[in-house]
Design a binder for this molecule. Structure first.
Ligand SMILES: [Zn+2]
Length: 231
């Protein structure tokens, strides 16, 4: 029976046009009806960090250009428990609503809780924030960088999905720069509009100080040759 399931999953993965790579092992695929719309969910093991991550896809984005995409880092408190301390759940829901209206698109959900410092440490930063420190200071007091996230696993996944250009849903210029550096062309940015609340206003203002765009504004890969004299 287990053999049958494995065979069926393999067939579905192949039919979609996916192939394992050196760093990405596709392990499961299933339909995912949600409150936002209908998607498929793909589970993969990253051989880079040995964690299981997920990709939610709308339609078939494999090998497509200008794919609407969000890279979302896990936030148990926000995504699952509806915490108002951050804006993660709102961003996740924005992305799923957006993708549900598109013909194809993807959301890569990375297992890097609390800006990559892990759940327990994130909860410790909440205590520090209650003492008056901001998100960055709290991370640094615990001995971490203010942001320990990496997008290499997402880039591995994009390459496995043969996606070379994306319209990225983000307010974070560093995410755009990271993808551009890795050779994924960000052709457009889809701003993620979040309304501040009384609990996350300080968190959002720290993000803004860190360069996150809180409104519209273009972000895309700048082709260096465009600035030169060459055509
Ligand atoms: Zn969060």
């Amino acid at each position: 029976m287990t053999g049958d399931i494995e065979r069926i999953i393999r067939e579905k993965i192949v039919k979609l046009g996916l192939k394992d790579t050196e760093l990405v092992h596709f392990g499961s695929i299933a339909k995912l009806p949600t409150q936002h719309g209908e998607f498929d969910i793909i589970g993969f093991l990253s051989l880079r960090d040995m964690k299981d991550h997920t990709i939610i896809i709308r339609g078939n984005p494999i090998g497509k250009e200008n794919v609407p995409m969000r890279i979302h880092s896990e936030c148990l408190t926000g995504d699952a428990f509806t915490s108002l301390r951050c804006d993660c759940r709102e961003q996740l829901e924005f992305a799923m609503d957006y993708l549900a209206k598109e013909r194809y698109g993807i959301l890569i959900y990375l297992r890097q809780e609390g800006r990559g410092i892990g759940l327990f440490n994130k909860l410790k930063t909440y205590t520090l924030q209650e003492m008056g420190y901001d998100t960055n200071e709290a991370n640094e007091l615990l001995g971490f960088n203010k942001d320990e996230r990496s997008y290499l696993v997402a880039i591995d996944a994009l390459k496995a999905l043969k996606i070379q250009s994306v319209k990225l849903m983000t307010n974070n210029p560093k995410k755009v720069a990271g993808l551009c550096e890795a050779g994924i062309d960000v052709t457009d940015r889809i701003p993620v509009a979040i309304k501040p609340n009384v609990y996350n206003v300080k968190y959002l203002s720290t993000k803004s100080d860190d360069g996150h765009l809180m409104g519209s504004g273009d972000l895309y890969c700048q082709d260096e040759s465009e600035e030169g004299t060459e055509e």
